[in-house]
Design a protein around this ligand. Structure first.
Ligand code: SER
Length: 327
C-alpha cells in the first residue's frame, strides 16, 4: 500500500515538473497540440514557439527559428524545459519547390533539438515522421512497419533520415525520443500548408461555403489519413506509454482511415447534394502515387494500445458540424 502510494506520488511529482517546449506551434498540428497540452499540464508548463507569434495565443510564447541553436538553447535554459515536441518542418509539396532549403531546415532543426536535449538534459522528445518515408518500392496496401524506405520527395528523405537520427540518439545517448509516421491529418481547427494530403481539408471549406472544388489529386488517389483528434491522442498516448513498451525507436506506423477523393466527395455529398468536384491532378499526384494506400499499424496497437476512433463517415460529419459552427 505504502509502495503504491509512494509510486503514485513520484509519478504525480514528475508530471507536475514537466516543462514542455513545442516548435512549429503555429502549424496545423502544433496549434491543436499546444491547446491539448495546455489543457493537460496547465498554461504555465507549455512554451509554444514559432517563427511568428500567433494572434490570440494564450500562455507562454517565444519567437524561435529552430535553425538557430543559440536561441533554442537559451529558451530551453530559461524555462528549464524537460520535453520537446519538435513539429517545425517544411511539408512534402512545398518541399519539392525548394529541395535544398527543405533539407537544410528539416535536418538542422531536428539536430538542434536532439543536441540541445542531450546537452541540457531534456529527457523526452517527440519527432513527427510521415507516410512520406515510403516510396514506390514499398507495398501499397497495408504497408508494414519494416519496409525498405526509398522516399520520392525531399520531405520524405528528411523524415527517413530523421528517423535514423532519433534512433541513433536513443542508442548512443539514451535520449528518449518517440516518433509517429503521420498519415494526412484532417482537422477543422487549423489549415494545413504545403502537403500532398491538404486537399482532404480544403474540400470541406469549399463544401460548407457552397463552392465547387477543384482537386489536385485524381479521383482514385487513395491515401492513409487520420482525424485530428486521433492524431493528437496518438501523440500523447505514445509520449505517455511506459518506456519499456516502446520497441520501435525509429518511428511507428499509425493508421486512422484510408480513402480516395471520390469516396470523400461522395460522403460530403450526403450532406451537400449540390456539391461538385472537378479533378485537375498536378505534381502532387506523382507524389501521392509513391505513397501507401493504407498502413499496417499493428506494432503501435501491440506496444502502446493504439486504436483509432474515427472513420471516414464520423470524420466527415464532425468536420462539417464543427466548420459550420464557425461560419
Ligand atoms: N500530410 C503530409 C504531406 O502531405 C504527409 O506527412 O506532406
Amino acid at each position: 500500500m505504502f509502495l503504491i502510494y509512494n509510486f503514485d506520488c513520484i509519478q504525480f511529482f514528475s508530471f507536475m515538473q514537466e516543462k514542455i517546449l513545442i516548435t512549429g506551434a503555429g502549424g496545423q498540428l502544433g496549434s491543436v497540440l499546444t491547446l491539448k497540452l495546455q489543457e493537460k499540464f496547465g498554461f504555465d508548463r507549455i512554451i509554444a514557439t514559432d517563427l511568428y507569434p500567433k494572434i490570440g495565443h494564450r500562455g507562454h510564447f517565444e519567437i524561435l527559428d529552430a535553425t538557430d541553436y543559440q536561441k533554442l538553447e537559451s529558451i530551453v535554459i530559461k524555462h528549464s524545459i524537460t520535453q520537446i515536441y519538435h513539429l517545425a518542418a517544411i511539408l512534402s509539396a512545398s518541399g519539392e519547390k525548394t529541395p535544398v532549403k527543405t533539407w537544410d531546415l528539416n535536418m538542422k532543426t531536428l539536430i538542434n533539438v536532439l543536441e540541445v536535449s542531450r546537452i541540457q538534459g531534456v529527457h523526452k522528445v517527440f519527432f513527427p515522421s510521415s507516410i512520406a518515408v515510403f516510396g514506390d518500392n514499398a507495398s501499397k496496401d497495408n504497408t508494414s512497419q519494416d519496409q525498405f524506405l526509398l522516399p520520392s520527395t525531399i520531405y520524405g528523405i528528411s523524415k527517413a533520415t530523421g528517423e535514423n537520427w532519433v534512433n541513433y540518439y536513443y542508442i548512443k545517448y539514451g535520449l528518449d525520443v518517440r516518433s509517429l509516421r503521420y498519415p494526412g491529418v484532417i482537422g477543422h481547427q487549423s489549415l494545413p500548408g504545403g502537403g500532398t494530403t491538404d486537399y482532404a481539408v480544403d474540400i470541406f471549406h469549399k463544401a460548407i461555403h457552397n463552392k465547387p472544388f477543384e482537386c489536385f489529386l485524381s479521383a482514385s488517389a487513395q491515401l492513409p489519413m487520420i482525424y485530428m483528434e486521433d492524431a493528437i491522442r496518438a501523440t500523447i498516448e505514445l509520449m505517455e506509454a511506459p518506456k519499456q513498451n516502446i520497441t520501435i525507436r525509429s518511428s511507428y506506423n499509425i493508421a486512422g482511415m484510408s480513402f480516395n477523393p471520390n469516396q470523400l466527395f461522395l460522403m460530403i455529398r450526403k450532406t451537400y447534394p449540390k456539391f461538385t468536384i472537378t479533378y485537375k491532378p498536378d505534381f502532387r499526384q506523382q507524389i501521392a502515387d509513391t505513397w501507401p494506400n493504407s498502413i499496417d499499424d499493428s506494432n503501435a496497437r501491440r506496444d502502446w494500445g493504439w486504436n483509432p476512433k474515427c472513420d471516414l463517415e464520423s470524420m466527415t460529419s464532425s468536420m462539417i458540424k464543427n466548420l459550420k459552427l464557425k461560419q
